[in-house]
Design a protein. Structure first.
Length: 263
């Protein structure tokens, strides 16, 4: 993220973090996190216990004891007090680490909150060592109506146009409805990839984030990312995809973390 951009979101992710998320970071255990088992499997599979690992968007450092050589980075200075391992505040689009510094990088439910998504993805490529491995797990397909709390607010909160948006949500949330819009796009892009086109720029939908009221999780998301687009981006930059090895599995990817060994 650009320094100017970071200053715009600092009050939300730093000064108002405890008020907004209402979490006691000192009491949150790694084992209680929804991605703990996926991350542990990743660490065990690639024997990362003694390797240098970076967590991008490391929040309260819940995972810092899962490996010995752990480093964390996030936007909030107020988080530093929760770390007994290295933590650096991200203050610009370039993360505060040297090139090819890490054997492994993981990032969980973070990249949907980063406005400069292309630059942030290129930072992963810059920081990972050749032969390193990436665990990439944003919240996929964040909904555009989350920012205004349509799913949880009563109809009385909205005018007639917004009532129509609210009533449409159960339909728009169905797998069938989403498939109608997602799979034609995926088909075109996958065919282009097979024909030799490379997606060096990440494709995604920009969202208008709500930095005042956290109606629901991901009300503050500014990106909606399709995992298929993320796979094509990493493949286009020379990575492999071990979580979705075949074209079939990549095409029908829906949820969960993506695993990429670096070139």
């Amino acid at each position: 993220m650009h320094g100017k951009k970071i200053s715009e979101y600092k009050s939300f992710y730093d000064e108002r973090r405890n008020e907004t998320y209402k979490q006691n970071y000192e009491k949150i255990r790694a084992e209680d996190h929804s991605h703990f088992h996926n991350l542990k499997t990743f660490i065990d599979r690639f024997q990362l216990k003694n390797k240098r690992c970076l967590e991008i968007g490391s929040s309260g450092g819940f995972f810092q004891d899962m490996v010995d050589d752990y480093w964390g980075t996030d936007i909030a200075e107020s988080l530093a007090k929760y770390y007994h391992k290295p933590y650096r505040v991200a203050t610009s689009e370039r993360y505060p680490f040297d090139d090819e510094m890490f054997d492994a990088i993981w990032t969980i439910e973070v990249y949907e909150h980063i406005p400069e998504l292309q630059e942030a993805l290129l930072e992963i490529k810059r920081l990972i060592k050749p032969g390193g491995v990436v665990f990439f797990a944003p919240a996929w397909g964040c909904r555009p109506w989350a920012a205004n709390g349509y799913a949880i607010r009563p109809y009385s909160n909205f005018n007639w146009k917004r009532k129509l948006i609210k009533v449409s949500i159960p339909i728009r949330n169905t797998i069938l409805w989403r498939a109608v819009f997602i799979f034609p796009k995926r088909l075109v892009r996958h065919i282009l990839f097979l024909l030799g086109y490379r997606f060096l720029e990440i494709r995604y939908k920009k969202l208008k984030a709500n930095y005042k009221i956290l109606w629901t999780w991901d009300s503050d998301a500014c990106n909606s990312i399709d995992p298929h687009d993320a796979i094509l981006w990493f493949l286009s930059h020379g990575f492999e995809c071990l979580s979705h090895i075949t074209h079939f599995s990549a095409f029908f990817c829906r949820t969960g973390p993506l695993i990429f060994p670096s070139p």
